[in-house]
Design a protein around this ligand. Structure first.
Ligand code: GCB
Length: 603
């Protein structure tokens, strides 16, 4: 197995050392760092925090908008006692790509800004001495990056990014960096899959290790610490009597311990928390543990003031408290995989997560939200860059499933957000992505992608690849807004009728609907951007949701106001948040709370 993305955990055999804190930092607009010898040590004395995006710390616009290479540096002491261990550097996320150097030696390069990667340091370590880690990052966007966009060079020679998506291109060491001191031979990966029987749950597992012929023992403890099942062998089944199933908003997590031994002697131990549950689509229903469940919640972003897309544990906690307060039970990780701590909290709190790839911007437009409603076509999948994009897409899918496959909260994979769906080459591309997801995921979670306004029933053959349909719809906002609200309703109903007529026999959820409104903007009678307008808009949508049996979920856009590029379509960011960017409720939050608290978890 090529890579291990197990979440870093200290156990009897494993030590995790956090390297979070202040790192040296510098920009490299000329891309000359290597030539200047920066892998040995970067110039200057500038320090910034990790994890965080670098963009919003400074008062200089050139830094906020900076596009190109940037460098980080820190040091650590390597103990002599680690010599017979594997010493790995695990980077939670480096947006969008980069290279790791240790003591001037290149260790590894990685493409993709929202998933972890590991650098094996042993070959370049100075034992019993100081070691210098230098990381070069780069945040340029292209037709082959996930997410996709362009990089433009201005007349001044400065570069800027032109995203084909609607969120700020925050960059840097956005997630934690950790040093892992692991046994030389170790557990690399494990997978669980669940089956329910009468008063019994069967947890099938597989453990992969680097130790040939190693003995594996797996034990499962309940929340009180009692051993409830155990099994020997790298593949097997844990039989749990009278199981506590993981239910929506009523989570139960078992403690899993994996021991790797040779001749009875412990070589490695790994521990994790797992929820036992099944999830599947049957006809027009989602079934969690064989019972129907209706999704209520949000499309979100990892986005907060000052630290940008950097992991902000305080904000993560606050977001979960707000989602609980409002009566939500689910969210989509729009438009990229989130930090691992978010999935852990969703496991703990019983939230259902649609896990999305950073496959966004596959529609060549700087205002896709407008262009897509207008019916524009950009022939994105006909470009010569498609083979390389697809390779990156498959790679990131591999890593996503590897990282997130054991989370009870992850109930589905979203493989694209709002791609173009017309053109001759679309089907072949989509089919390969969908097939690969099914092949990688032992739990065979349902697969979907978020359909843009253009992707309509009947004329979007790739929708048939989805196990459920996810609609991003803005009738009444980008299209037929204001006094045309009744026309907007009619257009939404007409589209819904066409979905029903298509007879796909699959659940439909709304993964986006909503309108911008500025906090504190009131107007009677309503106008667009006022809270009165958004509430009227929501009531119109909710009536439609309630009318169609196939509608099995509503995830409003967006949980909170978030940063985007500047421009005439955005007032210092996207204001479709139900909460402000500092996580206080707008009036629409009370409307949703009333609806969702009354609504059962199934329809
Ligand atoms: C969409 C996109 C989302 C945008 C949203 C909007 O369809 O998926 O990224 O932020 O519309 O507010 O326009």
């Amino acid at each position: 197995m090529e890579r291990s993305l197990l979440y870093p955990r200290s156990t009897k055999t494993r030590t995790v050392i956090s390297l979070d804190g202040m790192w040296k930092f510098c920009l490299d607009p000329q891309g000359e760092g290597e030539k200047q010898g920066w892998p040995q040590g970067i110039p200057g004395h500038e320090m910034i925090p990790v994890p965080a995006s670098f963009n919003d710390f400074y008062t200089d616009k050139d830094i906020r908008e900076y596009t190109g290479d940037f460098w980080y540096e820190t040091t650590f002491d390597a103990s002599e006692s680690w010599r017979d261990h594997a010493v790995d550097l695990r980077i939670g996320a480096l947006t969008h790509r980069g290279t790791v150097y240790l003591n001037g030696q290149k260790i590894v390069s990685h493409e993709g800004g929202y998933l972890p990667f590991v650098a094996h340091l042993n070959a370049a370590i100075i034992w019993n001495g100081k070691n210098r880690i230098v990381i070069k990052g780069n945040n340029e966007l292209s037709y082959t990056s996930l997410p996709a966009g362009m990089t433009k060079t201005l007349s001044s020679g400065k570069k800027m990014t032109k995203p084909f998506f609607d969120f700020f291109n925050y960059a840097g060491l956005n997630r934690s960096v950790k040093l892992l001191i692991l046994p030389e031979q170790s557990i690399l990966d494990y997978t669980v899959n669940h089956r329910l029987a009468d008063k019994q749950a069967l947890v099938d597992y597989e453990v992969i290790s680097s130790l040939e012929g190693g003995e594996v023992e797996v034990r499962l403890y309940d929340e009180e610490g009692y051993l409830v099942a155990s099994s020997q062998g790298d593949k097997g089944t844990l039989q749990v009597e009278d199981p506590h199933l993981w239910e929506v908003r009523q989570a139960y997590l078992y403690h899993l311990v994996i021991d790797l031994k040779t001749q009875g002697q412990l070589i490695d131990e790994y521990e994790d928390e797992i929820g036992i549950r099944t999830f599947r689509v049957e006809n027009e229903r989602f079934l969690l543990n064989d019972h129907p469940v209706y999704l209520k919640g949000f499309g979100k972003h990892e986005d907060s003031d000052v630290v940008g897309r950097g992991t902000n544990m305080g904000m993560i906690k606050r977001d979960f408290e707000l989602m609980k307060w409002i009566g939500a039970n689910s969210f989509r990780t729009s438009h990229y995989p989130y930090s691992e701590e978010i999935y852990q909290m969703a496991d703990r709190e019983g939230f259902l997560v649609i896990d999305e790839l950073p496959a966004v911007g596959f529609f060549e437009s700087l205002m896709n939200f407008l262009d897509a409603s207008g019916g524009k076509s950009t022939q994105f999948f006909e470009r010569e860059t498609i083979p390389e994009l697809k390779k990156n897409h498959l790679d990131v899918l591999y890593d996503l499933v590897l990282r997130d496959k054991n989370h009870a909260c992850v109930i589905a994979w979203s493989l694209f957000n709002e791609p173009e769906t017309s053109g001759d080459s679309v089907m072949a591309y989509f089919k390969d992505i969908f097939d690969y997801a099914a092949k990688l995921d032992v739990q065979k979670r349902p697969r979907t992608f978020a359909l843009v306004m253009n992707s309509k029933p009947g004329i979007t053959p790739v929708a048939e690849l989805c196990d459920f349909i996810s609609l991003n719809r803005y009738y009444g906002w980008y299209l037929l807004g204001g006094f045309e609200m009744e026309e907007a309703r009619a257009a939404l109903v007409e589209e819904m009728d066409a979905w029903v007529d298509w007879k796909l026999n699959k659940p439909i959820i709304f993964t986006e609907y909503g309108c911008d409104h500025l906090q504190g903007e009131f107007k009677l009678p309503s106008v667009q951007w006022s809270v009165e307008y958004e509430i009227a808009f929501l009531k119109m949508y909710e009536k439609v949701f309630d009318h169609y049996a196939c509608v099995q979920g509503e995830q409003i856009w967006n949980f909170a106001d978030f940063q985007t590029v500047e421009g005439i379509m955005r007032v210092n960011g996207n204001k479709k948040g139900v909460f402000t960017r500092d996580r206080q409720p707008k009036l629409t939050a009370y409307h949703l709370k009333e609806r969702w608290e009354k609504m059962p978890d199934s329809k």
